[in-house]
Design a protein around this ligand. Sequence first.
Ligand code: ADP
Length: 161
Amino acid sequence: EDEKIMIEGALKLSEKNVRDVMTPINHVFTVCEEEIIDYDFMGRVSDAGYSRIPVTKRGGRNSDITGLLFLRDLVMLDPDDNTIVSTVTNFYKHQLMTVDQDMKLDDMLEEFKKNHHHLSLVTMPIQTGTETDSKAERETCGIITLEDIIEEIICDEIVDE
Ligand code: ADP
């Protein structure tokens, strides 16, 4: 029975888009690249509990993401050293993956497998008035993780019926 549910969930991946399951950018826990990694910072990051944290540009909004900080990057740091976030991100240089909000979930799963990543930024074209600009600029509207897709495979049928 579990297998049936999972197979049905997997088959439905082609019917859903990244935007249907992503975490909207205003709900994403981020840190700023210029922040000092002190006790307060460690406390906030630990309370948030996420293993991957998008890093925003100095003075930027949540959607201005320049890097990625992993919780595990912090374990060897001494909060008394006042290390800056950008020092850590420049050291590890975790690649940022970006996908369009309209990508189908089965393709998204393939992207994660191909890139060996667990988190991707999700982007959408910026609405500029009435014109549909083919080279329109894009902005980040959310994040998606492997977990979001696995949840679809495992839970979908249970929630639906
Ligand atoms: P973690 O490993 O940190 O628990 P998962 O990859 O298991 O994160 O994702 C669990 C859920 O949390 C997913 O819905 C994902 O979109 C969301 N998520 C992951 N990282 C963050 C973050 N930094 N801020 C907000 N939500 C996040």
